[in-house]
Every structure is written in structure tokens, then in C-alpha cells.
Design a protein around this ligand. Structure first.
Ligand code: AMP
Length: 282
């Protein structure tokens, strides 16, 4: 496995792979890897001839009051995990390589970024789409894999790729969870033992909502209340949002029918956790 730190070098590698008719699969990450990231690597590997993973904690997608400085990092551990998965290249640029001082171009997907996490994290998705666009032109992949754990992000990137004609297949892979249901996340490492225990309630609340819908509940507010009540009752977490939205527009649904996304964000102290499930109303 090679570690590439410069964009021109990454592009040269990609050009050579493409000249050899190799299909390049790409998994962008912010590092501090876990089984969720590795599951994306395996999806990429199954559908390509060469896999590139990137590790870049993107300053552009963090708000001024957010956790950029304390975001967990361990490159040596990440590198060892990626070697084990048979990854061909780790693209590991410095912030100054990605954003020279006179950097002035931003990529903005509208509408889809104005709800859910976009409402509580202004500028976040602009940071995400800008960095992913830059990573795409550095790595030149044929396909890129994203996790449905970040459902809004995956949808926003799909839309960006379509709108800007990136000739890249965007694959969305399932959420990997701990045995108690908590979605794996690099940020779980910040949780205190009691918070970690309580955090399992997030997924249980989503499953409970799914059950209510299966039993015939059709009013979104009733389901939102049931989820919120459970989180308030069983955890010390502070709810950022709980929402039932259309899977294509991410707008709140007025009535539960067809396929909907149930999404939530909850703060445990300074640590913001998100989760979601897709539900098919009978
Ligand atoms: P991050 O390093 O948190 O930016 O995540 C990098 C990629 O891994 C994104 O596409 C995430 O959606 C995905 N990811 C994060 N957590 C999980 C998980 N528990 N299961 C599957 N994919 C995940």
C-alpha cells in the first residue's frame, strides 16, 4: 500500500491506473477508522480493481464552535487497518495541500442541505461537497462508496455528482452497528461510559418508531414524540432534531406513507451523534 500526500502525485497514480484499464474504487474518510469504514472498503474492493481510501479531517466542514481540534486522529493505526484490507493507496493530504491560502471556490448543493443536519450545522455540507469534489478530481475514481449512516450527506453527494456531471458511480452502503445497536462512529470514542450505554437508546427509539408505523401509526408528530420521549426518559442526551422526511427531498412528511427516512441527532455533552433508518410504511 502506498501513502500519497500530494494531489499531483495522486492524479498521476490515477492516470496510470486508468491507462491500465483499472477500475478505481474510492472511500473518503476522516480517519480514526472503524468497522463501518472498513465495510465501505470491502464494498469498493468487490467492485473495482484498485481501491483508494482517503484520510482527511476537512476543516471546511466544521463550524467555528465544533470539534475540529479534538477530532480523533491516529494515522498509524488507520494505515495498519487499511493494509489489512488490501487497500492500494491511502491519500493523506495536509490541509495546506487541499486549501492553499488563496483558495476561493466552494461547491454548494441547495435545498437538500437546508434541512436536518444542514439546519443545525450551517456551512457543513458546503464543506463536505467542496472537499469531496476536490477528492474526486484528485483520485479520479470510477466509483465511490459512502455510508447510509450519514444519509443526508450521501444524498447530497449523489446530487452533486449528478448536477456537476462527475462520471462516478456513487454507492451507498448500510450502517454498521455495535451489538447493542449504536451506529459505529469515530465520535463514539468521546462518550463517557454511562453516555455510551445510553447512546444505544437512539437506535432502539428508531426501531420503536418503525414498530409504531408497522402497527398503523400515520401521524409523523406522534412518531416524533414517541422517539423524543424515549430519548428524554432513558438518556441524558439533548435532542438536536428528530424528523420524518421524504427520502428524495428530505422535507418533513405530513403523512406517513411509502418509504420515509427517520433521522435524529442528539448531543451527549459536546458530542453530537446522528442515526437514521429507512422505513417502508405498509
Ligand atoms: P467519516 O470518517 O465519519 O467522515 O466517515 C467516512 C465514511 O464512512 C462516510 O461515508 C460515512 O457515512 C461512513 N460511515 C461512518 N460510520 C459508518 C457506519 N457505522 N457504517 C457504515 N458507514 C459508516
Amino acid at each position: 500500500m502506498v501513502v500519497i500526500k500530494h494531489i499531483t502525485e495522486m492524479q498521476a497514480w490515477a492516470n496510470q491506473a486508468r491507462a491500465g484499464a483499472k477500475r478505481i474504487g474510492f472511500v473518503p474518510t476522516m480517519g480514526y477508522l472503524h468497522e463501518g469504514h472498513l465495510s465501505l472498503v470491502r464494498v469498493a474492493k468487490a467492485q473495482s480493481d484498485a481501491v483508494v481510501a482517503s484520510i482527511f479531517v476537512n476543516p471546511l466542514q466544521f463550524g467555528p464552535a465544533e470539534d475540529l481540534a479534538r477530532y480523533p486522529r491516529d494515522f498509524d493505526r488507520d494505515r495498519a487497518m487499511l493494509v489489512k484490507e488490501g487497500v492500494d493507496v491511502v491519500f493523506y493530504p495536509e490541509a495546506a495541500e487541499m486549501y492553499p491560502t488563496d483558495f476561493t471556490t466552494l461547491v454548494q448543493v441547495s435545498k437538500l442541505t437546508e434541512t436536518l443536519c444542514g439546519r443545525s450545522r450551517p456551512g457543513h455540507f458546503q464543506g463536505v461537497t467542496t472537499v469531496v469534489a476536490k477528492l474526486f478530481t484528485a483520485v479520479k475514481p470510477h466509483l465511490a462508496v459512502f455510508g447510509s449512516k450519514d444519509a443526508q450527506q450521501a444524498l447530497v453527494i449523489k446530487r452533486m455528482a449528478r448536477d456537476l456531471n462527475f462520471d462516478i458511480e456513487i454507492i451507498i452502503a448500510p450502517t454498521i452497528r455495535e451489538s447493542d445497536g449504536l451506529a459505529l462512529s469515530s465520535r463514539n470514542s468521546f462518550l463517557k461510559p454511562l453516555e455510551r450505554q445510553q447512546a444505544a437508546t437512539l437506535f432502539r427509539a428508531l426501531r420503536h418508531a418503525e414498530e409504531l408505523i408497522a402497527l398503523g401509526e400515520r401521524l409523523p408528530q406522534k412518531v416524533i414524540n414517541a422517539i423524543s420521549d424515549m430519548i428524554v426518559r432513558e438518556t441524558s442526551g439533548a435532542i438536536d432534531y428528530v424528523a420524518l422526511v421524504d427520502v428524495n427531498t428530505l422535507q418533513d412528511v405530513k403523512e406517513i406513507r411509502g418509504q420515509i427516512l427517520i433521522a435524529l441527532a442528539v448531543f451527549f455533552g459536546k458530542t453530537r451523534l446522528i442515526d437514521n433508518i429507512l422505513v417502508q410504511a405498509p
